[in-house]
Ligand binder design. Structure first.
Ligand code: NA7
Length: 540
């Protein structure tokens, strides 16, 4: 935009960018405090992650009764989850239900990508521009663009001329794999969830795997009406358990130290967690798995034994056994994942040992040999957490570009506010706790509404965090990160937790690695003390 153009009055109080879990929640919270809200969303409807990721097998690995909003009792009472780990269609239906029930859809303009977000310091207002040509002037901006939404594709993939689909851009009508020779590139959550779900249709499936993952069994018991009543009746107690859990999850740890536990007891704990499946292996076992390499080895050995006893071909099994510590990459789960490699029509190529040299019109050259595929599935992940924010083309005070400012790693306070970018807040920006995303996004949305409400109460229209607070927060995040195995091994394992999955991206902890409750208390303390790390002033 022409940055010399002055905006003298706002069209709306707040613009929310994104209509997924984060954006719907933030729009609701901001409307609740009396703001006039407008939202923009690239997709054709609400849902965010759950709008886009329609691949077969996509489901949550947080439990249904915490993978939801907590702010509305009506929503809790009226919505019935059918499975403990809901599928993509069910989570999407939930978000559509919430949008209708709380009358949020009308706030959003869909099929509309924000192309720039520009601050006018004189007016104390932001101007939002979109690919459709909208130009909206607003007092506040909330980015709610998702932590895993900026799609990553392999270099050179344009040379491939056959059918191709990214897991995160799955067509609504599905993909016909019948009789096709299929390549899946990627073995993160998406690739490992998808694979067992297409092998019966496809003629062959070849996994082009760069870094193997520790895949826990996906088990998803159906929920009975008794279960649902239990979750409703115990809502407060469950939320307390979630808040106390380091990752906002509904688990209780079995012990503090894996290496200190007697071997038979430890094996029983791991076996129980394996039977439970999902994130239990990480979250219902030992507290020190993420910080102590010896303790971590006890669980990587456990996984190794499981893989070796499941996959009959030792060569395939060897390729599937990871060599990084458990948990330095996001641990996925999938039903029947390792078992599927016992099929003759499922192949695995280690593209770390023998990289993809280049793509051709019909396939990929690997180890000097052309491998032909009818369909290539890109399960190649995302420019996580910062990618979708920096792509918004945000310019703050003095035209400072947020993307440039974050080139060496993000700078913010409590994951939500950035110095030099007044009245701009992020829901689930970098340096918030990892874990159950709806818990984080709801927390952030509420906190942001709280600080705006405070500004209005004191007659201020411009809110800006101090550079000192952001610098100190960054220091704290780095210090906590220093205790983790992600610090030691995340980069080598290409972990998106530190941006290492994207070529050229600065390696930096993109999460706050302390306990979630410390973060929550920290945010609450800031609010209770009337936001001492922020300046509040009139617009101009
Ligand atoms: P992830 O977890 O980032 O996984 C992406 C996968 O794609 C991972 O195995 C990558 O290998 C692989 N990848 C990426 N680029 C390439 C190229 N160029 N060549 C070969 N392999 C490549 O994304 P997901 O969509 O699976 O999951 C994202 C999150 O969604 C997940 O963590 C859950 O929170 C839900 P790498 O590991 O980088 O070597």
């Amino acid at each position: 935009m022409d940055r010399s153009v002055r905006s003298t009055s706002a069209d709306v109080d707040a613009v929310v960018i994104g209509a997924g879990f984060a954006g719907l929640g933030a729009a609701y919270q901001l409307r609740e405090i009396g703001l006039m809200v407008r939202g923009f969303e690239t997709a054709g409807d609400v849902g965010g992650t759950w709008f886009w990721n329609r691949y077969p097998g996509a489901r949550t690995d947080s439990k249904a009764f915490i993978y939801c909003y907590t702010f509305s009792k009506e929503i809790r009472d009226e919505w019935d989850w059918t499975e403990l780990y809901p599928t993509q269609p069910e989570v999407l239906a939930y978000l559509e239900f919430v949008a209708d029930r709380l009358d949020l859809r009308g706030l959003f303009t869909f099929d509309t990508t924000v192309t720039s977000v520009t601050w006018d310091d004189q007016a104390g207002l932001w101007t939002i521009e979109t690919a459709r040509g909208d130009r909206v002037v607003t007092r506040f901006v909330v980015t709610a663009v998702g932590i895993l939404s900026a799609v990553n594709v392999p270099e050179g993939i344009d040379s491939y001329a056959g059918e191709m689909v990214h897991t995160s851009r799955w067509p609504e009508q599905g993909v016909d794999f019948a009789g096709k020779h299929v390549a899946i590139i990627g073995s993160g959550s998406s690739g490992v969830q998808l694979l067992p779900n297409i092998v019966d249709d496809a003629a062959t499936v070849t996994l082009l795997q760069r870094t193997p993952n520790y895949v826990s069994p996906g088990r998803t018991p159906p929920l009975s009406s008794d279960d649902r009543s239990y979750y409703r009746d115990n809502h407060e107690a469950i939320q307390e358990q979630v808040r106390a859990n380091p990752l906002f999850q509904a688990y209780t740890l079995a012990g503090m130290s894996a290496k200190a536990a007697p071997e038979d007891e430890r094996t029983a704990v791991y076996e129980r967690a394996w039977q439970e499946g999902g994130l239990a292996l990480y979250m219902a076992t030992y507290a020190d798995l993420g910080i102590d390499i010896e303790s971590n080895r006890t669980i990587t050995e456990f996984f190794k034994r499981k893989i070796e006893s499941t996959v009959r071909d030792p060569a395939k099994a060897a390729k599937l056994i990871p060599d990084h510590p458990y948990g330095v990459k996001r641990p996925p789960s999938s039903a029947g994942y390792y078992e599927v490699f016992n099929r003759e029509d499922v192949h695995i190529v280690d593209v770390r040992a023998t990289p993809i040299e280049r793509f051709t019109e019909t396939g990929a050259i690997i180890d000097g040999e052309l491998r032909r595929f009818d369909i290539v599935v890109l399960a190649t992940g995302f420019d996580a957490i910062t990618g979708a924010i920096t792509r918004l083309n945000i310019h703050g005070v003095d035209g400072r570009s947020l993307a440039d400012e974050w080139a060496d790693g993000p700078l913010n306070y409590l994951g939500m506010a950035m110095p030099g970018f007044p009245n701009l807040f992020s829901v689930a920006g970098p340096m918030v706790p990892a874990g159950n995303v709806p818990s984080t996004t709801e927390h952030n949305g509420q906190w942001i509404a709280g600080i705006i409400e405070h500004a209005r109460a004191v007659g201020a229209e411009r809110i800006e965090v101090t550079a000192g607070a952001a610098g100190a927060w960054r220091g704290e995040v780095l210090e906590l990160f220093g205790y983790t195995l992600v610090r030691d091994a995340g980069e080598e394992a290409n972990s998106w937790f530190v941006g290492a999955n994207i070529k050229g991206k600065a390696t930096f902890p993109l999460f706050y690695f302390g306990p979630a409750i410390d973060y929550v208390n920290r945010c609450a303390g800031e609010a209770a003390a009337n936001y001492p790390n922020f300046s509040f002033s009139p617009a101009s």
